[in-house]
Design a protein around this ligand. Structure first.
Ligand code: RFL
Ligand code: PHB
Length: 389
């Protein structure tokens, strides 16, 4: 098999890259280890920056998002027993869209299928070879168990944090920045009509909680828990009781899904070796508090698609050479924002009374100062894709 760009991973990064390349007349093949149904149903992110929503519209993927997505004009910070509204529209003139990541993924798979794009699900044993040459190859076992080889001009590693791509870069040339947090998020999806129109980020002495939603019928809720805890320790009654304690108002309903996610900040640098490029969670992870993960994946592949089209259509390597540095500037901005939101909102195990007062001072300042609230708003709705950062 041959293609111009071999893409490993059918998450938002890999699928959107394939779509953007197709719009520029570049051929790609997407290799995904999971089944299609699993990929379409995986519940993850929910918040699209205005930058991401605009880009999806521009590339013909906005129709269902504009019908079903929920436009939010701000978020509430809940602390000291009160709500404090951060009005994005007033502060920075932009909004966010709540539209599940799996909906974006479904729209992308459907668009690639309509354009007869090649998406191969249930592949195993993916391995990348000869990334230093101008004919890198990917070997894999296909869904029927046959060994295959895909000869490419470029390989894009979009296979998430646990994928093979990052591990295929020469490890002695890679710098890794890693930070773990002493807490995790327990998330549930409940069949309950949201009682609030917009997200609520709550700082409570028992720990952080987040009120979010997916549709007029479905609520999405998160609780800060200990990273050692297992989901079996959290029967539904315990989850609801804790949510009622930490959040201002809530309607219960059948729990459709639940899980615990560890929190970490992680950056690998550089994002390129020869003709292998990393994008999205394969290269970097943020804690979910800033709602940045999927948006960063989108921003990476927006840059990468331009860089690859310059290389493959015009034999110009300037943009592939600057890809890593340019993408990492946005990544570090988002790393800092996500870390700040995480630090400001979570209960810090072992915090001294002094540190707790500093946290409250930061929350009160963010809620009451236009300068501080504007900074939060600007970061949350997303910096423009062309911003120098
Ligand atoms: P993905 O989505 O992990 O996709 C990678 C794909 O690669 C496949 N794969 C392989 N395929 C072939 N061969 C291999 N060897 C492979 N190894 C892996 C995987 O099966 C998968 O299909 O990475 P991508 O595309 O970079 O997208 C990143 C986002 O998924 C991620 O950043 C977000 O979900 C993070 N995130 C959030 N981001 C936001 O922008 N806003 C949010 O509100 C938000 N909330 C969240 C989140 C992530 C969460 N969890 C569960 C980690 C909330 C949560 C709870
Ligand atoms: C979500 O709705 O899943 C969500 C919203 C905001 C976040 C993280 C997750 O910061």
């Amino acid at each position: 098999m041959r293609t111009q760009v071999g893409i490993i991973g059918a998450g938002p990064a890999g699928l959107l890259l394939s779509h953007l390349l197709h719009l520029r007349g570049i051929d790609s093949v997407v290799l995904e280890e999971r089944e299609e149904q699993y990929v379409r149903r995986r519940v993850r992110a929910g918040v699209l920056e205005s930058t991401t929503a605009d880009l999806l519209r521009e590339v013909g993927l906005g129709a269902r998002m504009d019908r079903e997505g929920l436009v939010h004009k701000g978020i509430s910070l809940h602390f000291d027993g009160e709500d404090h509204y951060v009005d994005f529209e007033r502060l920075v003139g932009r909004t966010i869209t709540v539209y599940g990541q799996q909906e974006v993924v479904k729209d992308l798979i459907d668009a690639r299928r309509r354009a007869h794009g090649q998406l191969l699900f249930e592949v195993r044993d993916t391995a990348v070879h000869e990334t230093g040459s101008d004919r890198p190859r990917i070997t894999f076992t296909d869904a029927e168990g046959r060994p295959q080889e895909l000869v490419c001009e470029v390989v894009a590693g979009c296979d998430g944090f646990h994928g093979v791509s990052r591990k295929s870069l020469p490890q002695n040339e890679l710098t890794v920045y890693d930070h773990t947090y002493p807490f995790a998020w327990l998330g549930i999806l409940a069949k309950a009509a949201p009682v609030r129109d917009e997200l609520v980020y709550a700082n409570h002495e028992r720990g952080f909680a987040l009120y979010s939603m997916r549709s007029p019928e479905i609520t999405r809720l998160y609780l800060q828990v200990d990273p050692e805890e297992r989901i079996e320790q959290w029967p539904d009654e315990r989850i609801w009781s804790e949510l009622h304690t930490r959040l201002p108002a809530l309607a219960e309903g059948p729990v459709l899904e639940k899980g615990i996610t560890a929190m970490r900040s992680f950056v690998a640098s550089p994002l390129r070796h020869g003709r292998l490029f990393l994008a999205g969670d394969a290269a970097h992870i943020v804690p979910p508090t800033g709602a940045k993960g999927m948006n960063l994946a989108v921003a990476d592949v927006w840059l990468l698609a331009s860089a690859l089209s310059e290389l493959l259509l015009h034999n110009n390597s300037a943009l592939v050479e600057s890809y890593s540095d340019t993408a990492l500037r946005r990544v570090w901005r988002a790393e800092h924002f996500s870390w700040t939101m995480t630090s400001m909102l979570h209960r810090q195990p072992g915090a001294t009374p002094f540190e707790r007062q500093l946290q409250l001072a930061q929350l009160r300042y963010t809620a009451s100062s236009t300068a501080a609230a504007t900074s939060l708003a600007e970061n949350y709705v997303g910096m423009p894709l062309t911003s120098p950062l």
